[in-house]
Design a protein around this ligand. Structure first.
Ligand code: ADP
Length: 430
């Protein structure tokens, strides 16, 4: 198989020989076999030809004038451009041919003259295909190197990405850990709150139960006390009426004290009964005009208002869902207190209401004696008074009743006040 048949491009072969006969013979032979031989007749020409267009193989005669084949070969091996070109030496039969030297200077083979045509071709083909294989190997090597470089680059990128991922993973783990810890704290807080909530619920239930018990007790006690109290009062009055002449002034004073005590006790019983009635009431709520409730309360207080010359005014009030008699009582207790705890200036009381997001905010303000800040919360508790009976009479139940009424209507009650300037009682109604 020659190069032409295998489809390979024509092989560029340089033939170097100073004998014209040899050149012609080899050139014809090679051309017939499908090669493109170039022929030169000495070493210098050979080197020039190799530099300008490096051949694929060189057939190099050894014995030439000026520069022999070995020298030519040595020159070729020095240059990178020509180093790889396979050189086959041609030796004449009568020449002293040094095979060792031929290989030492870089030759790949040798042919002795006279040569066998087939042998020359076989050797050329074998070295060309060797050269070809070498070339392919080199190319593959380059490709492999490139592949290795690109794989190394990919590996490096992967390693970098891996590092970033590792960092991300450890950051996420840290965040996860922090979250878990926070979760634990939250869980603890939740269970603490749940415990506190259930404790609160329990104490609320306990409070409701004891309130109900207190109401029941207040009702029973005050109700049952009424009859014996009435008996004491009427017998004391009878004693005074019947034995008036036989009693000295001291005894009359004692009887007076008994009657006075009974009256005060009756007031206390009345207030207690009223207090217990608020919680026990089951009257359903109705739409109630608060203007009417205030009018009724003022009518009930008209004696005291007239007596003290108090000026009581109110702005347009809303209608709310409620118990009319309890609302009357609420306004009456608050305005009644304003009258009771008045100052030495003409008393002015004003009632207003304003709409809030979810409820109505009412206020009853006066220019009375006022209440010190430290007492403002406790005055809504039952029996809490800030004055003696001599200073201001009372039972300490009025504001406790007000609070009960407001709470029954879904609201809150509180006071804002400055001693010596007056007080404003606020309450909300849903
Ligand atoms: P009472 O009037 O029978 O003493 P209350 O429960 O109505 O009982 O009031 C409790 C206390 O609150 C009163 O003793 C009084 O000191 C104070 N108080 C209530 N209303 C007013 C007011 N408008 N101005 C000043 N003090 C007030």
């Amino acid at each position: 198989m020659n190069n032409h048949q295998s489809g390979m491009p024509l092989r560029n072969i340089l033939v170097v020989d100073d004998t014209a006969e040899n050149l012609r013979l080899l050139s014809t032979m090679l051309t017939q076999s499908g090669y493109a031989p170039r022929c030169v007749i000495n070493g210098k020409m050979a080197l020039r030809a190799c530099n300008s267009n490096p051949p694929d193989l060189i057939l190099l005669d050894i014995m030439m004038p000026e520069m022999n084949g070995y020298e030519v070969c040595q020159h070729l091996k020095l240059e990178a451009k020509t180093r790889e070109i396979p050189v086959i030496f041609i030796s004449a039969k009568d020449e002293i041919f040094d095979k060792v030297n031929a290989f030492a200077v870089g030759g790949v083979d040798y042919i002795s003259k006279p040569f066998q045509f087939e042998e020359v071709l076989a050797r050329i083909e074998s070295h060309l295909s060797l050269r070809n294989l070498q070339k392919q190997l080199k190319e593959q090597n380059v490709l492999l190197q490139e592949e290795i470089t690109s794989r190394l680059a990919v590996e490096k990128t992967l390693q970098e990405k891996n590092q970033i991922l590792q960092q991300e993973i450890s950051t996420r783990r840290a965040v996860e850990k922090a979250l878990q810890e926070q979760n634990l704290v939250l869980q603890q807080e939740i269970s603490n709150r749940q415990r506190a909530e259930s404790a609160l619920l329990k104490s609320n239930q306990e409070l409701a139960r004891s309130n109900a018990e207190l109401e029941q007790f207040a009702y029973v006690a005050s109700h049952d006390l009424q009859a014996p109290l009435a008996t004491i009062a009427s017998y004391a009055q009878l004693l005074e009426k019947r034995y008036k002449d036989q009693l000295d002034s001291k005894a009359s004073k004692f009887i007076d004290n008994i009657v006075h005590g009974c009256t005060r006790m009756q007031t206390l019983i009345d207030d207690l009964l009223e207090y217990s009635r608020v919680g026990r009431s089951r009257k359903p709520f109705q739409l109630t005009d608060c203007n009417h409730a205030v009018e009724q309360a003022l009518a009930n207080l008209q004696g005291a208002i007239r007596e003290t010359q108090a000026v009581v005014t109110y702005s347009e009030l809303p209608a709310v869902m409620g118990d009319i008699s309890q609302l009357v009582q609420l306004f009456q207790n608050l305005v009644g207190n304003s009258i009771k705890y008045r100052h030495d200036v003409p008393l002015v009381v004003h009632i207003t209401a304003c709409k809030q997001e979810k409820d109505w905010l009412f206020s009853v303000s006066d220019n009375g004696i006022g209440i010190a800040t430290q007492h403002q919360a406790r005055i809504f508790q039952i029996f809490q008074r800030l004055h003696t009976q001599k200073e201001y009479s009372g039972t300490g139940i009025g504001l406790a009743i007000c609070q009960k009424i407001v709470e029954r209507h879904g609201g809150y009650i509180w006071v804002e006040s400055k001693p010596g300037q007056g007080s404003t009682f606020y309450f909300t109604v849903a």
